[in-house]
Design a protein around this ligand. Structure first.
Ligand code: GRF
Length: 192
């Protein structure tokens, strides 16, 4: 069985979309893959409840109890390695990763970013797209490399930016598409 480990920091709606796809599309039998664990750097992450309710192992590792980014990432890698992951999925995991961590999972780690990369890496993507007068926005699933929000693109989806959009209304429209492309990209990688 190929293990998928999903990292979250918050609501975890992308994680939930992947878990639901795995259930509905029977990834266990069709792809020999399963979501083995959900790991959060915040105990309060709403997504942990969903994961537990769906019988998935959960782990919490609070970055605040570590003296450095390197120490946190080393412990995080240890926890993830317990599941011998074929794929590590960053799903709203709001941490900058150290080069050592990225290297450790090189070739088997993906991220979703709420913009049409390479436009708008980093934070506040929706407000920045609105401020620039973009007519279209979207989201990107990409392989993770050492640089933040950079790496080979696996999937993208496009949505219109509407005249009276706020960052929130645009974010909600983009998020519906994240939930479509992220499970699809993960399934594709498990098939390969
Ligand atoms: C998503 O917009 C994702 O692209 C971004 O953070 C948000 C996480 O949402 N990196 P959720 O936790 O998956 O609901």
């Amino acid at each position: 069985m190929k293990n998928i480990v999903i990292l979250i920091s918050g609501g975890g709606s992308n994680m939930a979309a992947i878990v639901r796809a795995a259930q509905q599309q029977d990834w266990a039998h069709r792809l020999g893959a399963r979501v083995a664990a959900v790991v959060s750097n915040k105990a309060s992450a709403g997504g942990l409840v969903f994961a537990r309710e769906n019988g998935i192992a959960t782990e919490v590792l609070d970055h605040k109890s570590f003296g450095s980014r390197e120490e946190f990432d080393a412990q995080l890698a240890k926890i993830i390695d317990q599941y011998d992951p074929a794929l590590v999925v960053l799903a709203g995991f709001m941490r900058i990763l150290t080069p050592g961590f990225v290297q450790h999972f090189e070739g088997r780690m993906v991220n979703i970013h709420p913009s049409l990369l390479p436009a708008f890496p980093g934070l506040h993507t929706h407000q920045r797209a609105i401020d620039e007068g973009c007519k279209f926005a979207g989201c990107t699933v990409h392989r993770v490399t050492a640089e933040l929000d950079v790496g080979p693109i696996l999937e993208q989806a496009v949505v219109p930016v509407l005249p009276d959009d706020t960052a929130d209304t645009l974010a909600a429209r983009v998020l519906t598409q994240e939930h479509v492309i992220y499970p699809r990209a993960v399934a594709q990688l498990m098939r390969a």
